[in-house]
Design a protein around this ligand. Structure first.
Ligand code: ZN
Ligand code: ZN
Length: 83
């Protein structure tokens, strides 16, 4: 049986008929890789917030700030810059 993880493809002996991946870990990696390909980010990749420089896990595609309060205060700064 060949592991269904396209980045693994290791030969393994399944413990049960429904096992598709060589290990549980490999199944999780394949799942997050599929999500990465679909959404453009991986659940295991951290972003840096441009406002407070803290690392955070983006919950949706194109999330820029770690939290709503950071996004809001960044917006406020932008709005209060005098020209
Ligand atoms: Zn595998
Ligand atoms: Zn932040």
């Amino acid at each position: 049986m060949i592991c269904k993880n396209e980045r693994c493809k290791k030969e393994f002996t399944p413990n049960n008929a429904r096992q598709l991946y060589c290990t549980r870990d490999c199944a999780n990696r394949a799942k997050s890789y599929r999500r990465y390909k679909k959404n453009g980010y991986s659940a295991n990749i951290l972003n840096t917030c441009p406002r407070c420089n803290s690392l955070y896990q983006p919950k949706r595609y194109k999330q820029k700030y770690c939290s709503i309060s950071c996004a809001n205060s960044a917006k406020k700064i932008y709005l209060t810059i005098p020209d």
